[in-house]
Design a protein around this ligand. Sequence first.
Ligand code: GRF
Length: 208
Amino acid sequence: MAVFASGRGSNFEAIIRAVSSGFLKKIKLSLLVCDNPAARALGIARRAGIRTLVVRREDFSKRSEFEAEIIRHLERCGVELIVLAGFMRILSAEFVRRYRWRIMNIHPALLPAFKGAHAIREAFDSGVKLTGVTVHFVTEEMDSGPVILQEEVKVRDNDSAASLEKRIHRLEHKIYPLAIRLFLQGKLKIKGGKVRIAQSSGRSSTAR
Ligand code: GRF
C-alpha cells in the first residue's frame, strides 16, 4: 500500500497505527508519496520508518512526467493499493485507469454534497444539520467515485467550523482504516457502479 498526502497527515498517522496494532493485517505500508516538501506527513513517515517519495509538480513540465515518476516508484515497491489522504492534486484519467478500483480517497463531507477542497467550511456555512465523512474509490471525475463507507456527523447549534472539523477528523481516523480493511479482506464488490460490501470474506474479482 502507498499513501499519498500533501499536508498534515493525520489520516496517514491513523493508518500507520492501524497497521502497527494489527487492525490492518497482511499489508505493508511501503511508501508515502508527497508533493509538498514541507508536509508534516513526511516527518511522520520518517519516524515510522516508511519510505518517502517527494515529487514536486513544479519540477516537471507535464503532468504525465510527474505521474510517470510516481508510477516508477509504485512499481518498484510493488504497490497494489493507493490511499489518498489529503493529497491535493488531481490524478489524470490515465493514472486512475491504470490503478482502476485500487485508489481510495477520503472526503470530509457526505458526497455528493460539498465536493472540493473546502468541504467542512462550506458545509458549516451552508447551515446543514448533518454532514460527515465519505471513503470512495477514485474515478476520473473528482470526488465522484463509488462510495465505500459513509458516516454522518451532526452539526450542533454551538459548533464552530473548528469544532465541527475536529469531530469530522476523529471520524475519518476511524473509518479510513475500516474501509482499507474491507478492501484487504476482498469484501468490496463493484456492481452497477456501486460498491457492495460482501458479508463473507473472499476475494473480489472486480475490486482487486
Ligand atoms: C482530510 O480532511 C481528508 O478528508 C481530506 O484532506 C484532509 C487531510 O487531512 N481529503 P490529514 O492530512 O489526513 O490530516
